[in-house]
Design a protein around this ligand. Structure first.
Ligand SMILES: Cc1cc2nc3c(=O)[nH]c(=O)nc-3n(C[C@H](O)[C@H](O)[C@H](O)COP(=O)(O)OP(=O)(O)OC[C@H]3O[C@@H](n4cnc5c(N)ncnc54)[C@H](O)[C@@H]3O)c2cc1C
Length: 596
């Protein structure tokens, strides 16, 4: 039995009213997609994931994985069986190209499915997530032979993918990597080097594992300009598509970790003997561009981890709060202890979780819809609009949502009191699992730098300014209603004004170190205001539906959730501003040797 209930109504509401699924489905290439079919399919995905995958979550955490003496890695049987059903049911192939066995649905639908998969079992979800990102990269940058040999099995999930960048001396600084590659006379390449922390680098869930490895070709220039991307299969593939000889790819060890115990994190040795057989993806020395295709997709999905875990933690905490009795709430009958959900402080924690979850969901789905526009827009201008919006929002979706993931799953523990600290409850697992998400796929510090140094200055600030104007237009719309929604508009308007001020300050900052010093508080401020914007839009829709006669407590709860966020969370954005504009001097006022 699973304790996870897919939040389908909120997912569909955000898909319809924020991501505008109807418009996405009308883009070229989605002629076969009807919104109603998407909603029906999501019901089915929710049923499958909550019944088949969610029950494996605790098993994966408690049993973990085993690295055997021969270097193979064994995953708990329950996960292997769930993965087999996952592949059979086709839920990993939602957005894959029809030509390669995918269903050709928009990314935004795949993102909704991935949220439910992540809530069901985050460690498990990383395998399909990385595979789908590999499909994305090969679809854009792979040549015809590579696509013919690998894309179909990866799209269906029969083969799994990995992303192998990190080396001991090359973490955040990918440009420092040393793995090397050289061409062979037959047109193939050889790759040699050790990579660390490779997620699902070795396992027994899929019959072949396709590693996308970054390495340096002979005479490559230093830094990121000299990196190329290679496909390195665990098993070579024969011309008829069957599996051939084992490639020189070995799992040297696996890490023992704080969380995601069911996800093997492997040290991988590629080609220790004579080099592993490899195939170039894209051009020589253009590997970072290829990898960014993969990483942008993966970054959005890591943002989903903050959301997915918060949702599951929320459901668990809510259940506990409606069972556990302690103390007497104000006004409760004498001699009777109250459910803890009746205490204002517990309500505050629950509302903080609920409001932030709904805000994150809308932001992530909107970012994903921008990705659909980027690929499927009817003309160059539309595609550029989608690309710019996705570029701006991805670091926020990744970092704001994963920081919140840690905070909200921690609140989930807190709501349980002492039982939250006891593993048996399950609340602690969500918190432990969430802690990796701000670290991998580019730490949240690196995301903030990306936002400030690359995304905000895009088109001389025009992209960010356009987004600020869009948020202000929603605030004005709500202010003009003159009814209860106007207070949400007022709070949003204040939030946007504050964000505009710090954005202008960053755009004008002369010393880049000042911008770098303010990057993390700026990203937080941006996320909090953007969250308020998405909830304000949802409140406007819910208000409109209620005015039109809908008699629906869910819509009223949506408005109340938005109002809570506007009154109690959105104002926190202003608190970030002084740190954004403080500059770097204060951070370096104490010499490093005096920090101890
Ligand atoms: C469980 C797990 C799974 C992973 N999966 C994969 C995977 O599948 N494939 C893969 O290739 N890698 C993977 N990684 C690696 C992960 O992406 C890196 O750990 C991450 O990029 C950070 O690199 P690092 O650990 O070397 O930390 P460092 O780069 O040493 O960073 C340490 C600290 O310094 C900060 N920092 C570093 N440089 C700067 C800078 N220029 N400006 C400001 N701050 C900076 C960081 O933000 C961080 O706080 C995984 C890691 C873990 C733990």
């Amino acid at each position: 039995m699973s304790d996870y209930r897919p939040p389908l109504r909120d997912i569909k509401f955000a898909l319809e009213h924020i991501a505008d699924l109807e418009s996405v489905a009308s883009l070229p290439g989605f002629e076969h997609v009807e919104s109603e079919d998407v909603y029906d399919a999501l019901d089915e995905a929710g049923r499958f994931l909550s019944e088949v995958v969610a029950p494996t979550n605790t098993i994966g955490d408690t049993q973990g994985i085993t690295r055997n003496a021969d270097g193979s890695v064994t995953v708990p049987d329950e996960l292997v069986a769930a993965y087999e059903q996952f592949v059979e049911s086709g839920w990993g192939a939602v957005k894959g190209d029809i030509e390669y066995g995918g269903h050709g649905f928009p990314s935004v639908m795949a993102t909704a499915v991935q949220e439910m998969l992540t809530s069901s079992n985050m460690a498990f979800s990383l395998c399909p997530m990385l595979t789908s990102s590999a499909v994305e990269a090969l679809g854009v940058h792979g040549n015809d032979e590579v696509k013919a040999a690998y894309l179909e099995k990866l799209t269906t999930g029969e083969w799994a993918g990995t992303m192998a960048l990190t080396e001991p001396e090359a973490g955040s600084d990918v440009g420092a990597l040393r793995a090397k590659a050289w061409p062979e006379a037959d047109g193939t390449w050889r790759v040699q080097g050790t990579k660390i922390y490779i997620t699902w680098g070795e396992h027994d869930m899929a019959e072949n594992i396709i590693h996308l490895v970054l390495a340096r070709a002979p005479e490559a220039p230093p830094g990121t300009r000299g990196i190329s991307l290679f496909l390195v299969p665990k098993y070579l593939v024969n011309p008829d598509g069957s599996l051939g000889a084992r490639n020189d790819v070995e799992c040297v060890s696996v890490e023992h970790k704080l969380g995601i115990h069911a996800s093997p994190t492997a040290v991988m040795a590629y080609g220790e003997e004579q080099g592993a057989v490899a195939y170039l993806v894209g051009e020589v020395n253009a590997g970072m561009r290829c990898m960014f295709t993969m990483m942008n997709d993966a970054r959005l999905h890591v943002g989903l981890e903050g959301l997915g875990l918060s949702e599951r933690a929320y459901q668990l905490a809510l259940g506990y709060a409606t069972e556990r009795r302690q103390g007497r709430a104000i006004g409760a009958p004498k001699g009777e202890s109250s459910l803890i959900i009746e205490h204002p402080d517990v309500r505050r924690m629950l509302m903080t979780m609920k409001a932030n979850i709904e805000a994150m969901r809308a932001l992530i789905l909107d970012t994903s819809a921008a990705g659909d526009l980027r690929h499927h827009g009817a003309n160059e201008e539309e595609r550029l609009r989608g690309a710019n919006r996705m570029a701006l929002l991805t670091p926020i979706a990744k970092a704001w949502a994963t920081d919140l993931g840690v905070e909200l799953t921690s609140l989930g523990v807190q709501i349980h009191g002492g039982m939250g600290f006891v593993e048996e409850t399950g609340a602690a697992q969500h918190w432990r699992d969430s802690r990796i998400a701000p670290i991998y796929e580019g730490t949240n510090g690196i995301q903030a730098i990306d936002l400030v140094m690359r995304k905000v200055p895009m088109a001389e600030g025009a992209v960010v300014t356009g987004y600020l104007d869009e948020m202000q237009a929603t605030a004005d719309e709500l202010l003009a209603t003159g009814n209860g929604l106007a207070a949400i508009g007022a709070a949003l308007s204040d939030g946007v004004a504050g964000l505009r001020e710090t954005t202008d300050w960053l755009l004008a900052a002369g010393d880049p170190n000042d911008g770098l010093a303010g990057a993390t508080p700026y990203l937080r401020q941006f996320g909090v205001v953007a969250g308020g914007y998405y909830l304000a839009r949802q409140a406007a829709v819910a208000g409109g539906l209620l005015d039109a006669g809908a008699d629906d407590r869910w819509l009223q709860a949506k408005i109340d959730t938005c109002r809570f966020y506007a009154d109690q969370i959105l104002p926190q954005a202003a608190g970030c501003a002084p740190a954004v504009k403080a500059g770097a001097d204060q951070l370096f006022a104490i010499d490093a040797d005096m920090l101890g």
